[in-house]
Design a protein around this ligand. Sequence first.
Ligand code: NAD
Ligand code: UDP
Ligand code: UDP
Length: 311
Amino acid sequence: MRILVTGGAGFIGSHLVDKLMENEKNEVIVVDNYFTGSKDNLRKWIGHPRFELIRHDVTEPLLIEVDQIYHLACPASPIFYKYNPVKTIKTNVIGTLNMLGLAKRVGARILLTSTSEVYGDPLVHPQDESYWGNVNPIGVRSCYDEGKRVAETLMFDYHRQHGIEIRIARIFNTYGPRMNIDDGRVVSNFIAQAIRGEPLTVQAPGTQTRSFCYVSDMVDGLIRLMEGENTGPINIGNPGEFTMLELAENLINPNVEITMVENTPDDPRQRKPDITKATELLGWEPKIKLRDGLPLMEDDFRLRLAVPRKN
Ligand code: NAD
Ligand code: UDP
Ligand code: UDP
């Protein structure tokens, strides 16, 4: 099986590559423009005979021969996807169009990593896949959430019009080792701040909720979806729901100082996946609780920041 992973030098992509490379029958090709990803994440595979790394931007056509495509390429952190919003839309729309054109030409199955952001600031809680969402089409997050919504539309149109085999995962907040230290997302911010002895920046009001999935659970869900029979969309996420204040006060470090800072526009107030479909159709559920996953991520951050644990 020859497998393309777009965005494979990023956080989730590189963990997915590690898992796919465990199977000796797989050949893995990564395509990445290194906007938010890094070769460092794939260091152990560079030079491996079953592995290939290509610097390429998915907004440009790509001519290769593959059996499966995991299409992850897209910045995922708000600070990076808002940095050049037009580029983010191009990546979501033209990038997905190109990967679908490739899938059509070579007859490959393609999986898109969509996002819980397609539900916007949800009026239904928890969110199941039948909910159409509450999304601002002209806001500062729209390049990402509307971009992913168009990407989902393209996937289904190629499926209906050209018979392409598609899979859509709606990923909820994911955390773990290898996240960019300056990624700007809440878990990486809090862990880096706690290690550096800085106050944790809770964005007001702090009562907004998120549900955090450990990266190994996420990768397991993505592979099951790709190998299964269902197109999706299927939510992949951990239903454990926490407010940002709970995350800061109870889970990171009860003794650490908290500072309340201004929030960004259109921040969803609540988010929690209904994973009935993933459980019933893929036999998947997350195994790692937030309380157990955070220390694993802290170990990785301490290594990279060169700050050993005190005891
Ligand atoms: P990431 O930023 O670490 O990885 C994205 C990768 O895509 C990076 O390596 C980046 O360099 C690459 N990339 C970006 N634009 C590209 C382009 N035009 N051409 C080629 N490569 C490009 O993010 P991640 O957390 O690993 O997210 C991976 C996927 O999962 C994304 O599609 C994201 O939307 C989705 N997702 C992630 C989360 C999460 O919590 N991490 C939540 C929902 C959805
Ligand atoms: N494409 C690609 N690699 C391929 C085949 C197509 O990148 O192997 C791109 C192609 O450049 C086009 C897009 O995918 O922009 C959609 O291709 P499709 O064949 O569906 O549409 P068309 O080329 O007819 O517009
Ligand atoms: N957040 C926070 N402090 C930070 C970064 C983020 O309180 O330093 C909050 C943010 O307001 C949001 C939640 O954490 O309500 C999740 O934000 P993140 O950017 O991690 O992910 P997303 O908004 O994409 O779910």
